[in-house]
Ligand binder design. Structure first.
Ligand code: AMP
Length: 395
């Protein structure tokens, strides 16, 4: 990474504004998954060790620019206090009187967490005055929110116009691991793509085809490819507008000598529910009235064999409707194949595949699970992330 990090700047005794991704799932006031809090700790702990005064900020959910107690970061302040074993002062506003007073009272080694940035519509609008107000709290800005690095918001891009801006450890780690996989992968390099719609993943498919040795496509998006190959898919997920794109990608794979591997059998349901009647059929012969909802046993074996001899695997998107246990088998088989291949670097793009891997208990067996769904997808598309681009270059 050619961006400055927290280790390239003197933070000692300084006020440091850190953009974190504390967008954690909540059940009322209870945090149901603290992964994102844990992921932010190395940067915070480093800054405290350097005797900086640490001002943390984040968004949580989509409060649409208004104060809404449901999206308060107060539970995060509480959990962070426990994790750091230190008082985390929480401010009841973002750039108002309470934040100003509590920040003015800070000493080196203190931690303050600001209330949800998205209680101000100016945050997502990247409003310069709002960015300036945030910047006025600190001497240095650290971006460690990989999950929002693909958005140019006031707290990710705007503030960098007013403060020296560097990357935290989490952003550094995400970019190092995924950057290396894309630029200089240990081979064979296999990408596994799934999820619902081809339309959402055209950039990723196209970019990864130029990098990988093998591209595996499963999940809802595979049916559009089956149609492109003349298959019959019953009432499976299908995007007619993308059949030509699928054909183009099949040709591109041939030209680039990339193995494009599609399902050979699917588990289909009559209705979109866990308890529906199920049949397993050839992927190109799904009967009318049936919907492909998972990859079948032959496909699981086929995909697992590809993963077994890979040295790098990037996986984004489930193989089926994994939220229904009856159709989670295919997705679990990919996680199992990755866990079984001990000599492979396994990278899980955030979002649903990360949730599936964690939920199925394979989290600790993967090399890296990205904390950013949208951001990792854009990175895999080869796009520049504005929150990263805005940071200061290394000299
Ligand atoms: P995405 O957000 O595009 O990664 O898609 C994730 C969603 O795709 C999950 O909610 C899955 O339930 C859904 N999905 C995967 N395979 C299928 C399928 N065969 N039919 C319908 N939905 C699917």
């Amino acid at each position: 990474m050619n961006k400055k990090t927290i280790e390239d700047i003197n933070v000692s005794g300084k006020r440091v504004l850190v953009r974190c991704d504390f967008n954690v799932p909540l059940d009322g006031k209870k945090i149901t998954d603290e992964t994102r809090i844990v992921a932010a700790l190395p940067t915070i702990e480093y800054l405290l060790k350097q005797n900086a005064a640490v001002i943390l900020c984040s968004h949580l959910g989509r409060p649409k620019g208004e104060f809404n107690m449901k999206y308060s970061l107060a539970p995060v302040a509480q959990r962070l206090s426990e994790k750091l074993d230190k008082k985390v002062v929480f401010t009841n506003d973002v750039i108002g009187e309470d934040a100003k007073a509590k920040i003015a009272a800070m000493q080196p080694g203190d931690v303050v967490l600001l209330e949800n940035l998205r209680f101000h519509a100016e945050e997502e609008k990247n409003d310069p005055e709002f960015a300036k107000a945030l910047a006025s709290f600190a001497d240095i800005f650290v971006n460690d929110a990989f999950g929002t690095a693909h958005r140019a918001h006031a707290s990710t891009e705007g503030v960098t116009h007013y403060l020296p801006a560097v990357a935290g450890y989490l952003i550094g780690k995400e970019l190092d691991i995924m950057g290396k996989a894309l630029e200089n992968p240990a081979r064979p390099f296999v990408a596994v793509l799934g999820g619902s719609k081809v339309g959402d993943k055209i950039g990723v498919i196209s970019n990864l085809l130029e990098k990988v040795d093998t591209l595996i496509i499963g999940g809802g998006m595979s049916y559009t490819f089956q149609v492109a190959l003349g298959g019959h898919i019953g009432k499976s997920l299908f995007q007619a507008d993308y059949v030509d794109f699928a054909k183009e990608m099949i040709e591109k794979a041939k030209k680039l000598n990339v193995r494009l591997v599609l399902p050979v059998d699917n588990v289909c349901g009559q209705e979109f529910s866990n308890d529906t009647m199920r049949i397993t059929v050839h992927s190109k012969e799904i009967p009318d009235g049936w919907e492909g909802m998972d990859i079948g046993p032959q496909t699981q074996a086929l995909f697992s064999a590809e993963i077994a001899h890979a040295k790098t695997v990037v996986w984004n998107g489930p193989m089926g409707v994994f939220e229904f246990p009856s159709f989670a088998v295919g997705t679990r088989s990919i996680a199992q194949a990755l866990a079984d291949n001990k000599s492979c670097i396994s990278i899980i793009g955030g979002g649903d595949s990360a949730a599936a891997v964690e939920q199925m208990g394979y989290g600790k067996l993967m090399t890296h699970i990205s904390t950013g769904g949208g951001a990792s997808l854009e990175f895999l598309e080869g796009k520049t992330l504005p929150g990263v681009a805005a940071l200061n270059d290394k000299e």
